[in-house]
Structure formats: structure tokens, C-alpha cells
Design a protein around this ligand. Structure first.
Ligand SMILES: [Zn+2]
Length: 230
């Protein structure tokens, strides 16, 4: 393949985009194919921005997702941040796929992928497990703002005086290469997240959680328990 920003390369890209449009596969798969066709040579943002996603449309607003190829799939994808270690002189918005095959050792658990986030939020009923706030509740410290949910990384878990207590750390401080699952995380709101530094947090008791539920859910629990104990 030729270098980017040449007529020849433009033709190659156009051909690639036309065939990708009919495949119906996601942006990441298409982007990866384009990288593999150009392994060892530069790929630029301008090209990635034209590569189609599932519906055949490009997702130019979302090219940062290509970092998922590196962080979640282990492909050796370098950019200007790697110039020192790679000895290349890449500009911002230039990438090189170094090898066609991914290396699972490169997979970073830094950050939480969307699947884990979804699993954690679903398990926790989309509710902060420390104060019971939900998205849509007003943020008490920022007038006009709504609560946002985060996943906190559990670094210690214990029970004291019959209470379940955890210590969590912010995800962006995390640097572990261990494989993490949803059991390593807990749903917390921005208010609790901001107050969490090096402090044990009390998880709400089951009763407290029930008291925070919607009335329809509470009524359902009530009728189930009534049946059970009458
Ligand atoms: Zn909270």
C-alpha cells in the first residue's frame, strides 16, 4: 500500500470504503482491516474518519474508539505518544499498526469496558450503592446538575459491625494488568465518588435499598413478602 495523502492511496481508500459499506460490520472491524492493509505504514485520522460503521455511515466523531483496538484487543497500535519508544516521528492524528497479530499481553484493564459497566449498573439497579442516588436525581452540590453514575473499583471489601464496607479507588488511578470482572466494581454516584478517597464507604443495607426503590417495585416486594409470611 502507498503512503497517505497521495492520489493512489486515496483510490485505495475509496475502494476499501465501498466494499466495507456492504459488509455491515462495525467501525472498529473496518478500521482494523484498513490498518491491516497498511500494516507498518501510517494511517491518518482523515482516513479513519471516512471509514464506515455498521449502517454504512462513517462515525467521524468517534475515531478515538480505535484506541479500543489497542487497549481491549491488544493490537500494537502506536501514535505520536510512542515516538520516544518507537523511534518514529508521528504527528498527532497519525497511527501505525506495527504487527498484524494482536498480543493479548498488551490488553490493558485500565478503565472499564462498556460491557463491564453495563453489567455493574444492571446488577446494582442503576443506583449508587452508598447513598441510593440515581441518574436524574438533582446533584445537591451543583445546582442545575443531575447525578451521574460511575463504576468504582473495589480495592478492599470487609464487614464491620454487621455492615458491609468497601474501599474503592477512582478508575483513572488504576494501573493493574489483572483481568477484572464485574465483581471488582460497584456503582457509585459522582457525589460519593468525589468523597471516596482513602475512606471506607458503607454499602447501603438491603432494607435501605428497598426504601429507595420505585413505589411499584416496593409494592411488588410487599405482596411477595405478605404471601410468604402470612
Ligand atoms: Zn452516592
Amino acid at each position: 500500500m502507498s503512503e497517505p495523502r497521495t492520489k493512489e492511496r486515496e483510490k485505495e481508500l475509496k475502494k476499501f470504503i465501498d466494499s466495507a459499506k456492504n459488509k455491515g460490520q462495525g467501525f472498529l472491524k473496518n478500521a482494523l482491516e484498513w490498518f491491516k492493509l497498511n500494516v507498518g505504514t501510517k494511517v491518518i485520522s482523515e482516513e479513519l474518519a471516512q471509514i464506515p460503521g455498521k449502517k454504512g455511515k462513517s462515525i467521524s466523531h468517534n475515531i478515538r474508539r480505535i484506541f479500543e483496538l489497542r487497549d481491549e484487543q491488544g493490537y500494537e497500535l502506536i501514535n505520536h505518544n510512542d515516538n520516544v519508544s518507537s523511534g518514529k516521528k508521528l504527528k498527532v492524528d497519525e497511527w501505525i499498526l506495527v504487527k498484524k497479530e494482536p498480543n493479548p499481553k498488551n490488553i490493558r484493564s485500565r478503565g472499564v469496558n462498556k460491557r463491564i459497566m453495563y453489567e455493574v449498573f444492571t446488577r446494582d439497579d442503576n443506583m449508587c450503592q452508598f447513598c441510593g442516588r440515581k441518574p436524574g436525581d438533582d446533584d445537591p452540590f451543583k445546582p442545575g446538575h443531575k447525578i451521574k453514575l460511575h463504576v468504582g473499583h473495589i480495592i478492599a471489601h470487609k464487614r464491620t459491625y454487621d455492615k458491609e464496607v468497601v474501599r474503592v479507588e477512582r478508575i483513572d488511578d488504576m494501573n493493574s494488568k489483572a483481568i477484572l470482572t464485574k465483581e471488582d466494581f460497584i456503582t457509585m454516584c459522582n457525589v460519593c465518588n468525589e468523597g471516596a478517597k482513602n475512606k471506607d464507604l458503607e454499602i447501603m443495607t438491603p432494607v435501605a435499598k428497598v426504601m429507595k426503590l420505585r413505589e411499584t417495585d416496593q409494592k411488588e416486594i410487599y405482596s411477595i413478602l405478605k404471601k410468604k409470611f402470612s
